[in-house]
Design a binder for this molecule. Sequence first.
Ligand SMILES: [Zn+2]
Length: 181
Amino acid sequence: MIPQIKPEDFGITQAEADGHRRRHLTSMIATLTKDIDALIVRAKEHRANGLQDWALEIFIENRIEPLIKDRQKHQSQLDWLNDDGSSLFGQIDPYVIKRCKSVPVHSLGLPGLQSITPSGGGRYRAICPFHNDTHPSLVLYPEDRGYHCFVCSQGGDNIDLVMRLLDTSFPGAIRYLMNYI
Ligand SMILES: [Zn+2]
């Protein structure tokens, strides 16, 4: 059990703590943006110098994408500080959304997903939480193909599934899934 530390313990108010965190996040985002821009310039130089596509892809995947992911995490935290997160939709990096959609939800211990069994081809089956299911009818697909129930025809992507199972908003589901990407 990790003890909860409150701003008051340090003699500052919640508002002051939020302000500090906001400034920290803003400066981190600015630094990451500068680094990302510099790496993109380098990637273009590499390409101009004849670097092969596969090597360029590795460069982007290993060097640039982690920074983009990091920036998005900071941006999300800042968005949550600035409001309740409701305006997060539309500001989320499409790359992060894509990654969230491909999180293997069968392994997250989500409430409502029971009797999860592998069913070949990277797919999993579970008792469908959306109808009175007696045997696993809900199929969870790998990559970003989401879920589908072959009895009640409910289906969607992983984000939609997390929203429904955790009864949360789109930003809430993104925030949850980002812990697993
Ligand atoms: Zn169903």
